[in-house]
Design a protein around this ligand. Structure first.
Ligand SMILES: C[S@@+](CC[C@H](N)C(=O)[O-])C[C@H]1O[C@@H](n2cnc3c(N)ncnc32)[C@H](O)[C@@H]1O
Length: 928
């Protein structure tokens, strides 16, 4: 059974986290009396092991080991490509990096100037190596440091380890590609892949499926990728060795991917420079324990790759047992269907060591080059034959793998292999030779394909079966999951994942990753961030618990490895009915009855989530995917915002709740590619954590008078902006800055009346249409004697502040404000000013694939009776304001304070405050 809940440890830690108590485990480990313990930066076993492996070229060992003891430099990449990314790069260079030169020093120590990563395209990747002491002493360094944090938060750059940027670059993703990121959390590579997918204009036809076995880390993944605002992303939560292989009935083949990234869980010793704790914990057992899991992930992924497609296998370890051994066995099992690509001419400036063609495996303190040697010494019990180089490997071209060694380019350590699929994989690659296990005999040879297809769920009926009937049909066929098998799969998944965690010593790394990612503490997504952090705490455990869990992990590992005393080749590990079924059908593509069925219809629930669902749903605690097909609501949205019919919203919107599906709280927009995938998932095999771009949110305010129930979510605004023909207000940069910083700007008194003479006066209260006419509303208010409440300022400061507040006063803006109706509206920069300040114009269409960071300066707002309020979460509003302020001050050359026009018509402060408060409440701005 899964162990993470046992012993109360993690729960206690979660509670401590919630109650903000100190974490005694980490405290004890780091403190040595009153001093912080200095980390040990050596490990004799590590040195002996890697010297023997020959991973470092002759004469470079000392440089290698010394570099491993130094902290990792900061590296970042500028997000996106094209004009906007180049502009930011040039700005950084001009304003900051040009101030450095070769001869700078701090306290006699030379200072390395920031420099572009020589191999990263278009100088969009950067490297900076300052010590903390230098940072404190030199103001320019502090400025650069703050700039990096700010731009990272604003989504313009991403702080990411240099070596971790390599796999996505070698994947060569194009906008039409279907991409699978098999082990994706926390998501730095997923974000990079998404950028590549969005490198054209408009919504890409391709998709990115980002998977991780750990549900909490899937939340982190969702949080990290949220700022990309992509409708072409789906986050799923599966063990990558059992990711469902969906059948595309129309194309009569399995749904396969053009690109797959297998950035597998590993022992992580390539991250020693940022996780020095690994020195103390390093053991070759970590790598040995992870090899089978890595191989199974790689093999199952390879089955999901299209012929002609590219797969990148990567780890952050130097260990050949987790690197070349996995790749070699993958190639061998594929029987030449997979080949290693020679990528020596890709990223030509990247310094790299070639892959090994032979290596050693350590067990019981001894190094062995063959299984037979280990067996002769009775040291083979915990090994697999696939861990060994196994004879002549020259035909596999393992030299085409690459190992990034820290001293060669001042980076972390990494391993990358790029594989191309040239033919379908043979079914034998996935099926275990019958061992002791099967209760039922295996299907006879001729029917193997159909039998396997049954097991994989391809012949299941169109409508999902109730959980009780939905049972696996044979052996370990996890593909058709009922309640029992769900439990089984989850248990197996937890065990494998737990083993991986413990073996990899990933607790430290996870904490590091989180630290690196700078999760905002108080954003709209604070809940998600907290859940993610809780996830980290979940994998932390006290010393005793680790010991106990190690025993359990060993037991689970034994169970996983089987008890055979014969040579345990990889066959003992591979039992993948889904992949076998897919391979068998691919090999005998005769059409089955199911192949000719009509295409499924949009409208039924998908995603397998059981939460809030009266029937069906195999994934407990997960929300189902509910297509939003309420044509009446869609028509009202359409009419209110003046959207063109081509958008076909009713075919692209989903919600995540069934119980409230008539008026769901949030509506998400999905791309065609994601919709296609959802349609294929007829049996709801996918466990979907998140998908789609939040486009609309229900307007719940009691006194909100608007004819449309849904307001535009800021997140989805870049996608829909160019399509809006109503409710748009083009404002000046100064007005937009004021709106973002003050939260709301009052309407002049004269315009308050115009709200009461609206042309579309239907009112919604608590989501229910109440009808009425403008005159009725006005009369009703008059009858009630609605008067602006007056309030005395509490402090002098408040009074000063309120005196300074002026209503909208630009004549053009006022004209536009008069022409819109009450409710949600969008304030965006006027086109000329946007262009002059270096932003995209709202209707330029130059949104670079709707990548949020390059979106026009536009803000989702609420036009109330007496003011306009923005509806953006506070941190995001602050970032937008900062961006705008920086552009303005650059344009004006001097950062002069925003001048208020002298002709401003000042509204009574008391009225304004009361009205603005009422409007803000009506708008229900997330953080204002
Ligand atoms: C090296 S990390 C991936 C880092 C990620 N690619 C990135 O760039 O941010 C490995 C991930 O694999 C996940 N993992 C472990 N076992 C897995 C399995 N069986 N299937 C899928 N993911 C797994 C872990 O939860 C972890 O998030």
């Amino acid at each position: 059974m899964g162990k993470r809940g046992r012993g109360g440890g993690p729960r206690v830690m979660k509670r401590d986290f919630r109650q903000q108590r100190d974490n005694s485990w980490t405290e004890q480990r780091r403190r040595d009396g009153d001093q912080w313990a200095s980390p040990v930066l050596e490990n004799a076993d590590f040195e002996e092991y890697y010297k023997a492996q020959g991973i470092v070229p002759e004469g470079e060992w000392d440089a290698f080991i010394q570099t491993l003891r130094k902290p990792l430099p900061t590296t970042f990449r500028i997000n996106g490509r094209g004009r906007f990314a180049a502009d930011l790069r040039d700005r950084l260079q001009q304003d900051f990096f040009s101030q450095f030169n070769e001869n700078m020093e701090v306290d006699g120590e030379p200072l390395e100037a920031p420099k572009p990563l020589s191999w990263y395209p278009d100088k969009l990747g950067w490297h900076m190596a300052f010590s903390r002491a230098q940072l404190r002493k030199l103001p320019i360094l502090k400025q650069v440091h703050e700039l990096i944090i700010r731009e990272n938060d604003a989504g313009a750059i991403t702080r990411q380890e240099a070596v971790s940027m390599i796999p996505p670059l070698l994947l060569d993703v194009q906008p039409h590609h279907r991409v699978l990121d098999a082990c994706a959390a926390p998501g730095s590579k997923t974000a990079q892949i998404l950028e590549m997918l969005h490198q054209g204009t408009g919504t890409p036809s391709g998709v990115v499926i980002a998977n991780d076995a750990d549900a909490q880390r899937c939340n982190l993944l969702t949080h990290q990728t949220k700022r990309m605002c992509s409708p072409a992303l789906m986050v799923v939560n599966h063990d990558a060795t059992q990711l469902p292989i969906l059948r595309d009935y129309q194309q009569k083949q399995a749904y396969k991917f053009d690109r797959i990234l297998c950035d597998v869980p590993c022992s992580g010793d390539g991250t020693l420079r940022k996780a020095p704790d690994i020195w103390r914990r390093w053991s070759e057992k970590n790598g040995n324990g992870l090899h089978p899991l890595q191989l199974r992930i790689a093999l199952h992924s390879a089955q999901m790759l299209k012929v002609g497609g590219r797969m990148v296998y990567s780890t952050c370890t130097f260990n050949p047992v987790e690197d070349e051994a996995v790749v070699a066995e993958l190639l061998r099992k594929s029987q030449s269907a997979l080949v290693l690509l020679d990528v020596s001419q890709e990223l030509p400036a990247l310094k790299r060591a070639t892959g090994l063609s032979k290596w050693l495996v350590k067990s019981n303190g001894e190094l062995f080059s063959t299984w037979e040697e280990a067996e002769a010494k009775q040291a083979h019990a915990k090994l697999f034959s696939s861990m060994f180089a196994r004879g002549d490997t020259s035909d596999l071209h393992l030299e085409r793998c690459m190992r990034l060694l820290p001293h060669q380019a001042d980076t972390g350590g990494f391993f990358v292999a790029v594989v191309q699929k040239v033919a379908e994989l043979p079914p034998s690659a996935f099926v275990t030779a019958p061992k002791k296990e099967p209760k039922q005999a295996r299907a006879p040879a001729g029917k193997a394909a159909q039998k396997a297809a049954d097991a994989a769920g391809w012949s299941a009926p169109a409508a999902p079966l109730p959980a009780s009937q939905d049972r696996p049909q044979e052996g370990k066929a996890h593909a058709v999951l009922g309640a029992d098998s769900e439990r089984r799969e989850q248990t197996a998944m937890e065990e494998v994942t737990d083993m991986a965690y413990e073996a990899a010593g990933h607790t430290q790394n996870f904490a590091e990753e989180i630290e690196d990612q700078d999760i905002p503490a108080a954003t709209e997504s604070a809940g998600e961030a907290a859940a993610a952090v809780e996830g980290v705490f979940e994998v932390l455990a006290s010393g005793e618990e680790i010991e106990e869990e190690e025993k359990a992990a060993a037991a689970a590992a034994k169970e996983c490895q089987g008890s055979t005393t014969q040579e345990r080749g990889v066959d003992a590990e591979i039992d993948d009915p889904q992949a076998a079924a897919a391979a068998a059908l691919e090999a005998q593509p005769e059409q089955t009855e199911q192949d000719s069925r009509p295409a499924p219809e949009w409208g039924s629930i998908r995603g397998g989530g059981a939460r809030g669902r009266s029937t069906g749903g195999r994934w407990r605690g997960v929300d189902p995917i509910v297509p939003f097909t309420d044509t009446e609501q869609v028509a009202s949205i359409w009419e209110f915002y003046g959207l063109p019919s081509g958008l076909k919203l009713e075919e692209k919107l989903i919600s995540r709740s069934q119980s409230d599906d008539r008026k769901p709280k949030r509506l998400y927009y999905i791309s065609e590619g994601i919709k296609h995938l959802l349609m294929l998932d007829e049996n709801e095999q996918l466990k979907i954590t998140s998908t789609g771009l939040k486009l609309f949110e229900r307007q719940d305010a009691k006194d909100a008078r608007t004819s449309c129930l849904y307001r535009i979510a800021q997140e989805g605004l870049p996608l829909i902006l160019a399509a809006l023909t109503k409710q748009m207000v083009f404002v000046t940069a100064q007005e937009l800055l004021r709106l973002l910083t003050e939260g709301s700007i009052a309407l002049p008194h004269s315009m308050r009346l115009s709200m009461e003479t609206l042309s579309t006066p239907a009112t919604y209260q608590n989501g229910t249409a109440e009808g009425g006419s403008s005159a009725a509303v006005a009369n009703e208010e008059a009858a009630e004697g609605v008067q602006p409440p007056t309030k005395k300022p509490k402090t002098e400061g408040q009074e000063e502040e309120r005196k300074e507040r002026v209503p909208w006063n630009d004549p053009e803006t006022l004209r536009q404000l008069e022409s819109i109706v009450g409710g949600c509206c969008v304030c965006t920069l006027r086109n000329e000013e946007a262009t002059a300040l270096g932003f995209s114009a709202a209707f330029s269409g130059a949104t670079e694939g709707a990548l949020a960071v390059h979106a026009p300066m536009a803000v989702s707002c609420w036009r109330g009776r007496a003011s306009v309020n923005h509806m953006v979460a506070r941190p995001e509003a602050a970032q937008l304001a900062e961006k705008l302020r920086a552009a303005l001050s650059k344009r004006d050359a001097s950062a002069a304070p925003v001048e208020q026009p002298k002709t401003a018509q000042v509204q009574q402060p008391e009225d304004m405050e009361a009205d603005a408060t009422a409007d803000a409440a009506a708008a229900q701005a997330p953080a204002s």
